[in-house]
Design a protein around this ligand. Structure first.
Ligand code: HPA
Ligand code: MG
Length: 219
């Protein structure tokens, strides 16, 4: 991280949990969640400042925003909106692209991820790319994605992450712009899923044990 980048971090402490009953959680999700850890309003406020930090660090150069689906769909839209405001005076517009990643961690690893969505990664060749992802924990998928982008000839890449989990990384990966650092708990909401559920939930919440059981092996 270079000097111009913001150093202040938004850290969610291990014991920071609020009752789901204090928020507008859909009734159908109530028993599946044990607590709210990051309310939607806090995410929106933090994303605004993150966009300002990204802009002052990256500057006015042309920028390609890359949304890593599905988990970052909400974070991406919020960030694009805030970056549009932050870059109001920039002579260069931003572009947006969308991908999905499939990594092969259980089979013999090729060290790359299969990228689905962009018909041709050479679309990003020579560009400054901001990779927007929802979560980093082991760092493996993100690291492989960055490696794959590098091989396709991007000029420079940065990462913007909604949450970074306090777990040991199995690999060193660039976490350039992190909205929240969170405890090692399984979270859902604001795009994050458990077996494809809960992405539509407004707030980032912790799953309850009964919720984890209920949606186990359900796709
Ligand atoms: N929630 C959702 N998806 C995830 C998580 C999590 O806590 N960690 C890794 N992928
Ligand atoms: Mg997921």
């Amino acid at each position: 991280m270079d000097e111009k980048m913001a150093s202040a971090q938004a850290v969610i402490p291990d014991d920071f949990e609020m009752p789901t009953e204090a928020f507008d959680i859909p009734r159908s999700y109530m028993g599946d969640l044990s607590a709210v850890v990051i309310p939607e309003g806090m995410i929106k406020d933090r994303v605004r400042r993150l966009a300002q930090d990204i802009h002052s660090s990256i500057g006015s150069e042309p920028l390609a925003l890359l949304c890593v689906l599905k988990g970052s769909y909400k974070f991406f839209t919020a960030l694009v909106d805030e970056l549009t405001s932050a870059r109001f005076n920039c002579p260069h517009p931003m572009t947006v692209d969308f991908i999905r990643c499939r990594s092969y961690e259980d089979t013999q690893s090729t060290g790359t991820v299969e990228i689905i969505g962009l018909s041709n990664l050479t679309e990003l060749k020579g560009k400054n790319v901001l990779v927007v992802d929802d979560i980093v924990d082991t760092g493996r998928t993100l690291s492989r994605l960055l490696h794959t982008l590098q091989e396709s000839g991007v000029k420079r890449s940065w990462t913007a992450l909604l949450v970074s989990k306090r777990v040991p990384r199995s690999i060193d990966v660039a976490e350039d712009f992190v909205a929240f650092q969170i405890p090692d708990k399984f979270i859902v909401g604001y795009g994050l899923d458990y077996n494809q559920r809960f992405r539509d939930l407004r707030h980032i919440c912790v799953m309850s044990n009964s919720g984890i059981e209920k949606y186990k092996n359900l796709e």
